[in-house]
Design a protein around this ligand. Sequence first.
Ligand code: SAM
Length: 337
Amino acid sequence: MIENNIVLLLRDPRSNSKLKSDGNALVAENNATYKTDGNLINFLHDEKNKATEEAASFRWDKSKRLETDSGFIKHQLNDFLLRYGFDNIESFKIFLKDVKTIAEIGAGEGRMVDWFLEYSNATIFALELSDSVYYLKEKYKNNERVVVVKADALYHPFADGSIDLLSCEQAIHHTDNPGKIFSSLCKSLSRNGKVILAVYAKKSAIREKFDTIIRDTIAKESSERKFDLAKKITEIGQILSDMKVDVEVPKSFSEFGNLAGEKMSLQRFLYFSVFKCFWNDDFSFEKSVEFNHDWYSYPICNKTSLEEGSLWFIKNGLGIDYIDSNASNINIRGSKK
Ligand SMILES: C[S@@+](CC[C@H](N)C(=O)[O-])C[C@H]1O[C@@H](n2cnc3c(N)ncnc32)[C@H](O)[C@@H]1O
């Protein structure tokens, strides 16, 4: 049952009218009906982004859950804090102190939701396109602070001014027009609203071309075939890594990216300059496959430059509090000014 104080924060994504709960569904003024089941609300009602929904559903269905692996989670959390310029957990907690509502966009298996639960007191909307919502529904069924929303981020249900923190962590790049989605989501921000955004960074010309060739080659294949390819790519990453050869890049090979002066393993060098062949010795083989599968199986993978991302913030009346980019992502933290 979705409580009334939650329903008041939501709107019909299509008509923007208020919603009422009848116990089994949320009903808009024009009688559009969105089914509820425990902590889950289903706002999805069209076929748009079907290929993305399928790719992500397959990925999460196969996911090797590492939520209870403290080493893996510590690695992920440290990476997250660094990317958004938080010195430590304490500064992340301070950032979350007055945040009462969070919209986590593209919640996946709830990695960010877990951290928001632990480090804030907020109510968290876990919005997700794929069938991973059914996993989230079970995972948080006894937690009143989490509401699971099945929706396409472009047609999100958040009322204007209802959200204190918008978390767009590595999700909206799987859409045709991430800037448009970002603006639409920003309308839901409250007066002192905050945003964290991570989207894929533009890569070198050669890396972009190779990625496109691989993605286009498997685009029409079944989910299983795409997964097989991800396994092969992972094996290549592992072979390169096992060679234990380091490369010191003497100069910029411009079409392959500017890595001049950097020292890295041969695997990382090819990963950055030619094609994504992810491998990490600290992760299991299966988890590395997931990272490669995630990259190549989604039909849409938009890339954003730091300048473009900054403009999204300015356009939506947000100041930039921290900005960072690496070869994989651009990361921006901002707030309403
Ligand atoms: C790489 S995962 C990130 C998960 C989570 N934000 C995290 O950082 O752990 C990206 C997620 O975004 C979801 N996604 C992609 N396009 C979406 C859309 N248009 N609307 C909602 N979710 C979307 C995918 O289904 C996937 O679960």
